[in-house]
Design a protein around this ligand. Structure first.
Ligand SMILES: Cc1cc2nc3c(=O)[nH]c(=O)nc-3n(C[C@H](O)[C@H](O)[C@H](O)COP(=O)(O)OP(=O)(O)OC[C@H]3O[C@@H](n4cnc5c(N)ncnc54)[C@H](O)[C@@H]3O)c2cc1C
Length: 404
């Protein structure tokens, strides 16, 4: 695959979790694939995600097992097989923050009911944790603590692992000034023309099919390809809280009625400080708050639901990010979303946990061959720029304060 023109089977737009997983699957089937990324790999939702590989717990808090819970049920085992190198894509270089998540409740009735709902909905999947085995952060919690087998990964290392494996097939594009879709007719992309910013020669890719896994960018790409009718999108905003300092390790959800009051995941930053990423209801309520108000509210919430945690000297920051999904009346879609028109596929995974399921659906639609031919397709446009990998949100935020 050299020169200024390239014929390929599939061109994927967007290098978040969905596009990168799909790239790996298609390459393993011997297809000639190129991935085009307009920003940083993982720089959309994936790099900002908390990395919980859901198995459906969140959707069963009212004691029911809705379609959403069924669609994610298999995901923890499937991801675990990849993380342990027993299944493709091999993800043995992806950092696992925790093998499981904790559930804890406060003393309120709503909280008790939520915990009960989770137990009924999950059947045996959650285990009660005896008081003497609770993690430090939950040692002083008055109510029950349970553990669910939902692993937590570091999404940035996941992106880096897949991107590192496929760097030769990944190109940085300028979607505003350097991208043209040459159409045969609406829904039939004949060629993709890429113009470099430095005035060098344009490149042309002629794909058999194109797949848009560009998250919030799908809508605009679909419009360019004349398939906006199959790409109705919704954005659900979040205002996420972060805390860093002398914090105990904690990965889990504070259950409150049919919702999670706080979802906390733990990592460490490049200076070795412990960092909490805090989502759940607080990040939805926080959309209407400015950063200072969210931090104040967050500190109050932590004190209320984690009475043993000392916030002395802990610094806070926040970031805003939209979840981008197929339109579903403003509520979370139950499953992955994939639509096709002509040789264009538009796809949203809905959750990071569901990217394997999304890739499987797309492979089914593309009718990919089962046996991989033993072919090395070489480096795509060797001198073309490659995108960087996104950083974790706490590495990008300059404004931290302990004055809350
Ligand atoms: C704060 C937060 C926490 C979350 N936590 C979890 C969690 O714990 N567990 C879970 O399962 N899910 C979680 N999710 C949901 C999950 O992150 C997303 O469903 C998933 O990451 C979406 O992946 P994606 O590849 O479709 O999109 P994205 O990760 O958004 O990737 C899209 C990529 O496309 C690129 N792009 C955009 N426009 C173009 C264009 N025109 N051309 C080329 N490239 C383009 C972007 O730069 C980006 O790299 C969370 C989401 C958020 C926002």
């Amino acid at each position: 695959m050299h020169g200024d023109a390239l014929a390929c089977d599939i061109a994927i737009f967007g290098g978040g979790g969905a596009g990168l997983w799909l790239l790996d699957v298609l390459v393993s089937r011997g297809l000639r694939v190129v991935l085009l990324e307009s920003g940083r790999l993982g720089g959309g939702q994936t790099g900002c995600a908390q990395g919980i590989i859901h198995g459906g717990f969140k959707y069963t808090l009212d004691g029911l097992v809705p379609d959403a819970a069924m669609s994610v049920r298999e995901m923890p085992d499937l991801w675990r097989a990849c993380l342990e190198g027993r299944r493709s894509p091999i993800l043995s270089g992806t950092r696992v923050r925790s093998e499981h998540c904790y559930l804890w409740r406060t003393g309120s009735l709503r909280s008790r009911l939520g915990m009960l709902g989770a137990r009924i909905g999950l059947h045996t999947a959650s285990r009660r944790v005896p008081v003497n085995q609770r993690p430090e952060a939950l040692a002083s919690c008055p109510g029950e603590v349970a553990r669910i087998a939902e692993p937590v990964i570091d999404p940035v290392s996941f992106v880096a692992e897949l991107a590192g494996r496929h760097r030769r097939r990944i190109l940085l594009i300028d979607e505003q000034r350097g991208l043209e879709l040459v159409m045969d007719s609406p829904g039939r992309v004949a060629a993709i023309r890429l113009t470099p910013g430095d005035g060098g020669p344009a490149r042309t890719i002629t794909p058999g099919a194109v797949v848009f896994t560009a998250g919030a960018g799908n809508e605009q790409l679909a419009t360019m390809a004349g398939v906006s009718g199959i790409a109705r999108q919704q954005r659900r905003p979040l205002h996420m809280l972060m805390a860093r300092g002398a914090l105990p390790e904690l990965n889990g959800h504070c259950v409150d009625g049919a919702r999670t009051r706080l979802t906390i995941t733990t990592d460490s930053d490049s200076a070795g400080r412990t960092v909490w990423q805090i989502g759940g209801r607080i990040a939805e309520d926080g959309v209407e708050m400015d950063a200072a108000a969210l931090m104040r509210h967050g500190a109050e919430e932590i004190r209320a639901v984690l009475p043993g945690v000392d916030l002395g000297g802990v610094e806070f920051s926040s970031y805003r990010i939209d979840r981008a999904e197929a339109a579903s009346s403003g509520t979370r879609p139950d499953d992955v979303s994939v639509a096709r028109e002509g040789n264009v596929i538009v796809a949203w995974p809905t959750k990071l946990a569901l990217v394997p399921r999304l890739a499987e659906r797309i492979v089914g639609i593309l009718e990919c061959p089962e046996t991989p031919p033993d072919t090395d397709h070489g480096v795509v446009f060797e001198d073309w720029p490659r995108p960087e990998i996104a950083q974790a949100p706490w590495e990008c935020q300059a404004a931290w304060t302990s004055d809350v």
